[in-house]
Every structure is written in C-alpha cells, then in structure tokens.
Design a protein around this ligand. Sequence first.
Ligand code: SER
Length: 317
Amino acid sequence: MKNVLVIGSTGQIGSELTRELRKRYGNDSIIAGYIKGAEPKGELKESGPSAEADVTNPEMIANIVKKYNVDTIYNLAALLSVVAEKKPQLAWKIGIDGLWNILEVARENNCAVFTPSSIGSFGPSTPHVQTPQDTVQRPCTIYGVSKVTTELLSDYYFKKYGVDTRSVRFPGLISYVTPPGGGTTDYAVDIYYSAVRGEKFVCPIKKGTLMDMMYMPDGLHAAISLMEADPTRLVHRNGFNIASMSFDPDEIFQAIKRHKPNFEMEYDVDMLKQGIADSWPDSLDDSCARAEWDWKPQYDLESMTVDMLKNLEAKLK
Ligand code: SER
C-alpha cells in the first residue's frame, strides 16, 4: 500500500481507519474520500488530503485514483442493516452499483480493493453456532443480499481480471469515536453511552440474543493486516470470518454493571432489529483468517468495557 483512497472516510469505520492508516503510512499518502454533506472536519481534514468520492460517480473516483496515484481503495460506502431495510433500492445503488464502479476503476488502474462484508451476509438457514467460513449464505435482509453480492462480485473480479480484492465479514463494531447509524448491533455501542451518562438503558434486542461483536481497534487491525497479507497464502479472499467475542444484551449489561453498580437496563424490543438479529449467527468460526493471514484479536468483553468506559468518560465530560 503506497497511496490509499478511503471511501466513506467520515463514517463509522472510515473516520478511525483513515487516522490509523495515516499513522502507519504517512499523512500525505492517505486520501480521505467523502460525499457532499459528510465532509471531513477537524483533525481528519487537517492531517492529510481529502476529495469528494461518490461511489455512484465512476469518473470522480477514477480522477482521484489518477491524481494521487492510488494503489489501494478501502471502499466503505454502505447503509447499515436497519436503514437499508427502510431504503432497499438506495442500499443496492450504493453497495452494489457503487462497488461495480470501484471494481472497474480498480481494474483499469491496477488497484487493490477492500470492501467490508458482514455477519449480515448469513441468514436463518446458516448454522448459527461457530458458523463455518464456507457455508450456506441465504440472508433475508437487503443488507445481507448486498453483502453476499459484494463477496461474489469481488471474487469474480479477482478470478476474471486479477483485481486484488479482499474482505472480512465484520461483526458488530464497537467504538467510542464515531457513532454508528442504523445497525442492528448498535445497541452494544449505545449501552455504553447510557452507562456513562448515568441513564437507564432501554435495550431493543431480547435477552438471550447472541451476536458477534468486535472492538474497533481489532476491526482496524483486521482490515489493514488482511490488505498487507502475503497473497500466496490466501486460499479465500471475499470475505473472511473474523471473531473476537459474542454476547447477548444481559452479558454486556453485567460487564458494565461490574464497573458501574448503579447502572440499570430494561427491554423494549424493536421487532425489525430483533428479526434481523435472529437471522444472524450466534458466533463465527474464524480459523481460516487465523491460518491464512495470522488474524488474532486483542480485546474481549471485559478489556473492551474498561477501555470504552474510560474513553467515553473523558469524551462526555
Ligand atoms: N453492524 C452491522 C449492522 O448492524 C452488522 O455488520 O448492520
């Protein structure tokens, strides 16, 4: 990776990934791509180049790639699961028509491409416990349909044209920096904000609903180390199961309560979110990622909770 374009650099993953890439590869070689209305601000804006990069406009993407001699694209433009259910055509336009544009630019300019997949690429007929790398993928959300298509189209561009496409299936990502918008796993971020504000948390997901989750530093590490991995070791490409923790609402509540004994939670189940959560795996088997590119997470529920509470307390002071 010499020159990198991060599309969606002000979003949930992009805002932190751009900073991390600038730390590792130098500020000037990481271009923060954004769409109108979501321009970079503050440190993200000041620390390096930025450019409007709308995935629905292939010429715009091609111009940035040529201008900055880009060799790697992190394509993070997407709608999360709950928002996508409300705007399915837009989810497809951004996720798939957009991906097609990126892959064509990558083919013409010899770029590597990372496009996240998700636990949402699985569905009710997938084995739910220790979900294997290669298994049934019949999701029942448009988010999932677009993620399976992302994996297939990315593999197709690798096989047919040799475009260096790679991806991981992200679990719910938890961070204190940029709040997520419209995901099924967002409750596991919101709960920390309530705890630090001293408010009772109203949980939209039923007790006993297990989902895979990950602390953002591990998610960033996964995205970067997969793109740096030796291609001759990769049996799979799009997308790798990665895992670090799996819990239900009560387990995260108890983990927080150990540090905040007065914290309270009640349930008010959101049927749309619950339906999506029920269709997703309880836990993933990430042995292929471990074997093919040495994936190894650092955080578990306890160490993430300590770090989230410490950082949110400083942020919300
Ligand atoms: N965090 C995502 C969502 O809830 C899952 O990949 O939509």
